[in-house]
Design a protein around this ligand. Structure first.
Ligand SMILES: NC(=O)c1ccc[n+]([C@@H]2O[C@H](COP(=O)([O-])OP(=O)(O)OC[C@H]3O[C@@H](n4cnc5c(N)ncnc54)[C@H](OP(=O)(O)O)[C@@H]3O)[C@@H](O)[C@H]2O)c1
Length: 259
């Protein structure tokens, strides 16, 4: 049904772990040559080792998305290694928790700097290469938290995830003449290294609030991102797709009581 993505070139920021690594695996299975990033070289090396032998290659480069210079270096590396850049998955993100009364200016700056500014810097860095592709794709990993829901401790995080969508809508308009689409995946709670750090109690509570009865897996997000990257999705831009097993749907816990 779908044209092959074999031989396309992608960057997945935050592809060394969690959702990004899942996106990288899904793309590499589809024959896409992927460059994954993160700040920690050991995690990059282990992702690259684990994702070897798929239809597409997976290589890595250490870089901080909060640095515009690093973002330009990532794009230059991907372009050189894989002959151009067709797909940018702006996925790198952090979710430290802090109640409003505790948040310092540094806490706020850090979350906005990585999650929001990092997304913008990566898109800026990738613009020329995605334009040259003639079928450029930007897929942003946002969240249900912020754009749709709230959760105590994540006011700054939720704002950063909603900011990504505000950026996306104008970016989709500005980049449409360059044949670049800009879309977002909004995950619910997905089992990743980052989520596991929140503890088993948190994970059990979250799973109980999902109509599907379980937390998401990284491949669930990878498949949605892959769809946005296809030729067949060329006429879809400025949109967000919630991938959450129905987590945002219940009006109250009673909605799930008799399932
Ligand atoms: N897991 C969930 O339930 C969930 C739900 C909704 C949305 N999300 C979103 O999904 C994305 C990935 O989350 P995850 O759960 O997969 O997190 P994770 O397991 O903690 O992985 C985060 C990835 O981002 C990288 N990263 C963090 N800060 C970075 C920076 N400044 N520069 C470059 N890379 C950086 C990390 O590598 P280094 O630490 O080595 O830099 C790692 O590769 C985030 O945008 C998050 O907001 C996650």
């Amino acid at each position: 049904m779908f044209n092959s993505l074999q031989g396309r070139s992608a960057v997945v920021t935050g592809g060394s772990k969690g959702i990004g690594r899942g996106i990288a695996e899904t793309f590499a299975r589809a024959g896409v040559n992927v460059v994954v990033t993160g700040r920690n070289q050991d995690d990059i090396d282990s992702a690259v080792a684990d994702l070897g032998g798929l239809a597409g290659t997976v290589t890595g480069v250490a870089a901080d998305v909060a640095s515009p210079e690093d973002c330009r270096r990532v794009v230059a590396t991907a372009t050189e290694r894989n002959g151009g850049l067709d797909i940018l998955c702006a996925n790198a993100g952090i979710f430290p928790s802090g109640r409003i009364e505790e948040l310092t200016p540094e806490d706020i700056e850090q979350v906005i700097g990585v999650n929001f500014k990092g997304t913008v810097y990566m898109v800026q860095a990738a613009l020329d290469a995605l334009t040259a592709s003639g079928r450029g794709r930007v897929v942003i990993t946002s969240s249900i938290t912020g754009p749709i829901t709230g959760f105590p401790g994540w006011s700054h995080y939720g704002a950063s995830k909603a900011a990504q969508l505000g950026f996306l809508r104008t970016a989709a308009i500005e980049l449409a003449p360059k044949k670049i689409t800009v879309n977002a995946v909004l995950p619910g709670n997905v089992i990743t290294e980052g989520l596991i750090e929140m503890g088993q109690t948190y994970m059990d509570q979250m799973a109980a609030s999902v109509p599907a009865g379980k937390l998401g897996e990284v491949a669930d997000i990878g498949n949605a991102a892959l769809f946005f990257a296809t030729d067949e999705a060329a006429y879809i831009t400025g949109q967000s797709l919630v991938v959450d097993g129905g987590q945002i749907l219940p009006e109250s816990p009673e909605a799930l009581a008799d399932l």
